[in-house]
Design a protein around this ligand. Sequence first.
Ligand code: PEP
Ligand code: MN
Length: 341
Amino acid sequence: MVIIMNPDASRENINEVINVIERAGLTAKVMEGASQRIIGVIGDKTRLGAAPFDAMDGVESTVNISKSYKLASREFHPTDSVIDVDGVKIGGGTPAVMAGPCAVESKEQLFEAADIVKEAGAQFLRGGAYKPRTSPYSFQGLEEIGLKYLAEARERTGLKVVTEVTVVEAVEKVAYYADVLQVGARNMQNFGLLKEVGKCGKPILLKRGLAATLDEWLNAAEYIMNEGNPDVILCERGIRTYETYTRNTLDMSAVAAVKHLSHLPIIVDPSHGTGKWRMVRPMAYAAIAAGADGLMMEMHPNPAKALSDGPQSLTPEHYREVMAGVAKLAAFMKNEHLLGA
Ligand code: PEP
Ligand code: MN
């Protein structure tokens, strides 16, 4: 439930409403809008009984939230959230780009990639230090050494670092080195991990599970937010369907649907979404045209030698071309006012 206060409601009026909520053992979350304050009620609403909010001074109306997720829903928070990663914004009309190799393989490989990523105009360097590989015999990542290289690449380029955390035990370590923690598709419903990253104090990039519905995905975001971390960025990376030509089926309609259902920013990963580097450019453009808040793309200095996901990784040359096109398209979308519902 959300309680919408009158624009002229006093501090006392607001405190009275909060008292009623807290006396029932629930949590009140006050959100300041441009002209109005909204109070969100978190917890089991049945404990409120017949609390007469509508009759209280300063209350304009109450709205019941129909979804099982609350904090992540647009009903609860009508305006778009913009996530600020130390001055770099995700959401708000300018697409953010996260690019880099699938995995951190060596210092040289990462630094070379970071320089290219930076030079072509991205804001974030991606690279896995803990890799969730399908086969236990595949390269599993450099772990903490990889995190150190990522932090050094940040020093070198000024790029923010986004990297995956796969287990609860590594959350603190990854949060120490990274600017944004990624929860991968395979862990989208690892509820223990979601709760832990909810407490880590850093923004979270939450990828859509391989077979997750939008409802399940937004409930996964709710787990993180319910621990006190409002900074969740969603990432559509394709889902399993009966199509085998592509690695996954990139659900571009998820961008429009999530924009309607949630206030959280959503970015698109056309690399994992297709599994084919040739499809990255058209799908990156499609994502920007659909109103995505950014992109995650894999780029490797030498994809033929990559230890993981070479076939979907852009070469530096192709990456630069995609970035140039994305910049033009994003500027066009903005100038022509094509963003928004
Ligand atoms: C990744 O981004 O490195 C990754 C493993 O992606 P996903 O979780 O979407 O498969
Ligand atoms: Mn990958």
